[in-house]
Design a protein around this ligand. Structure first.
Ligand SMILES: [Zn+2]
Length: 377
């Protein structure tokens, strides 16, 4: 999930918003206005809307506190947190490395719901001090805002503690299974299966409520279930993928006979004779018998089509010295992490200044497919 609007940094973590967040911010402000209008009909329209807006902003701050709680525990446990992105269904913390141990995972997962619970209790406590009669209707706008924030944060804490991976509760469950069995993969598989079960219940319950009661909240629940199903399924696949790559090195998977092109060729010939004909997306550029860099359709696209016949491949290639490279001994999982982190499709494999091969995402995929096929027999 990439943030499209950057808000700034807190404790070295960049905070951002995904476009989908604006839809939900609008919906929340709108339904809050309707809620306050219904609960306190004596308020003027101006008061209703300003109270709704302030509550929306405070709700956003509370969501951010929930994510920050996860991220700060991750940081104290030695993990690197790159960013927090808020989107339609809440927030995600982008944590670069995997969790080192079950105990860290447990506290990291629990920190978010714990923060929401503390905030919820805090808001209700302040509402009480501001004159809220226990169980009664709010008398002033301030109390109404505090009550809504109190309940929504408590609900957030409870919802997130549902044990369906990758919800926070599912992560806590995973950490507990991991701690007992000392098998991280098995813990993820089990927690992801529970997650899929929870997701199915959400979808069925949501559809039932929608069709029987014509309740649009039901549709929302079904949507959350569908999202959770997708997320838990891909966590399951991720484990299978990692299990297939465990113990493998780059040299086991890389391609040794990589395709090459002479550096003095012009782009027109390169496109017609190599790129289109071979179906390869990445070719190594040769200069006097040595690999000097690589070229992909991206470099070609940067040059106007009329100039292709006067432009040489070596003048637009990406020189080997500027590329992220790995060695033949690099663990395959680490190479895959580098590719997803830097958003690149291939890594040159260089040992002692010599190019030994190329590792691409499609190499890894083919390797895993064949690996899985052989295991099935
Ligand atoms: Zn959370």
């Amino acid at each position: 999930m990439q943030a499209q609007v950057k808000l700034g940094r807190i404790a070295g973590i960049s905070i951002g918003l995904h476009y989908s967040w604006f839809i939900i911010a609008f919906l929340i402000t709108f339904s809050l206005a309707a809620h306050f209008h219904a609960v306190t009909p004596e308020w003027s329209t101006a008061v209703v809307w300003s109270v709704a807006l302030i509550t929306g902003v405070l709700f956003f701050a509370a969501l951010l506190m929930h994510e920050l709680a996860h991220s700060l525990v991750a940081k104290t446990r030695g993990m690197r947190v790159r960013a927090i992105t808020l989107f339609a269904l809440g927030g995600v913390s982008q944590i670069e490395s995997g969790t080192p141990d079950a105990r860290s995972e447990f506290w990291m997962a629990l920190a978010g719901p714990l923060m929401s619970a503390i905030l919820g209790a805090g808001f209700l406590g302040v509402a009480r001090m501001a004159g809220w009669p226990s169980g009664g209707e709010p008398k002033t706008p301030v109390v109404a805002v505090l009550l809504w924030l109190g309940y929504i944060n408590l609900m957030l804490a409870i919802f997130n503690m549902i044990p369906g991976y990758p919800l926070d509760g599912g992560r806590v469950l995973r950490a507990i299974i991991w701690g007992i069995t000392h098998d991280a993969d098995r813990a993820t598989r089990l927690a992801a299966q529970v997650g899929q079960g929870v997701a199915f219940i959400f979808i069925l319950l949501g559809l039932y409520r929608f069709f029987v009661g014509a309740n649009f909240g039901g549709l929302w629940l079904a949507f959350i279930g569908w999202f959770l199903l997708d997320a838990s399924r891909s966590s399951y696949l991720q484990v299978e993928l990692m299990a297939g790559l465990r113990g493998r090195r780059v040299s086991d998977i890389m391609e040794r006979d990589y395709p090459t092109v002479e550096g003095h060729f012009n782009l027109q010939d390169f496109v017609n004779e190599y790129l289109l004909r071979s179906g390869r997306r990445c070719l190594m550029v040769m200069q006097s018998g040595q690999v000097a860099g690589l070229i992909t359709p991206n470099e070609v696209k940067g040059v106007d089509r009329e100039r292709w016949s006067q432009t040489s491949v070596q003048s637009v290639m990406r020189p080997l010295g500027q590329l992220r490279t790995v060695t033949a001994d690099t663990p395959a999982i680490q190479a895959l992490e580098i590719m997803s982190r830097d958003d690149i499709n291939q890594l040159p494999v260089v040992s002692n200044g010599r190019l030994e091969g190329v590792l691409s995402r499609s190499n890894i995929l083919r390797y895993l497919q064949t690996h899985a096929e052989l295991q099935r027999r």
